[in-house]
Ligand binder design. Structure first.
Ligand SMILES: C[S@@+](CC[C@H](N)C(=O)[O-])C[C@H]1O[C@@H](n2cnc3c(N)ncnc32)[C@H](O)[C@@H]1O
Length: 204
């Protein structure tokens, strides 16, 4: 569960929307992080579609996690209606693209992207393919990239650790392209970056 400090930051970046691009989230679940971002965007006069990508079908692990947070769901439940209901009062012009990322990113309109939140792709090849699909639409000096699982590997010590380190490795390999603007050491896995220049792609 993303802490309130991150939700406040999402609301803040939404409220500073400059009008140059769309906002999107990869991995929206029931909308806990989308709602504060949408509240900020609405306050700023956001007038585009908000793009949300997810499978929106529960699995057993998610049902258990949700239960711990007091949300009773069934296995293989279609939760897209819950996401739509939860976000509707904040902002209703939401394009919800259901299915497996990165394949579903082909359905993105191709408009410039101002705010891009990753809360699903934390391992490769999904992470790098998602970056390759979306980075061409990032706006130098404008786009904010939120990686909500950036430090996730720190909670996965051992042989699984390296699998989850791909986000940090990618950002560190491209200092010309990204600068960190916010993180919450010791509190959560999230980090936010400003996009500076196009990525010089080496990874395929
Ligand atoms: C950590 S949850 C997102 C939480 C949400 N942002 C919030 O704050 O409540 C991750 C979500 O990503 C989705 N997901 C993970 N991998 C995916 C993939 N390859 N394609 C589509 N959705 C995926 C899961 O279904 C899940 O809803």
């Amino acid at each position: 569960m993303t802490p309130v400090e991150v939700h406040d930051f999402l609301r803040q970046i939404g409220s500073h929307w400059t009008g140059q691009g769309t906002a999107m989230e990869l991995g929206s679940w029931l909308g806990a992080s989308a709602v504060p971002l949408l509240e900020g965007l609405a306050a700023a006069g956001y007038d585009r579609q908000f793009w949300a990508f997810d499978k929106w079908i529960t699995n057993e692990e998610q049902v258990k996690k949700a239960s711990l947070q007091g949300q009773e769901l069934k296995n293989k439940q279609d939760i897209l209606p819950l996401f739509i209901r939860n976000t509707a009062s904040a902002y209703s012009a939401v394009t919800a693209v259901r299915g497996a990322i990165p394949e579903t990113l082909k359905r993105y309109s191709g408009d410039p992207i101002e705010i891009c939140i990753f809360d699903a792709p934390k391992r490769n090849p999904v992470f790098i393919k998602s970056m390759q699909a979306l980075e061409p639409y990032f706006i130098p000096g404008v786009t904010i990239l939120g990686l909500l699982d950036y430090y996730f590997y720190k909670r996965n010590k051992g042989e699984r650790e390296a699998l989850f380190q791909v986000q940090e490795e990618f950002i560190q390999a491209h200092p010309e392209s990204f600068t960190k603007i916010m993180e919450w050491p010791g509190l959560c896995s999230c980090a936010f970056f400003k996009y500076k220049n196009p990525v010089k792609w080496k990874q395929k």
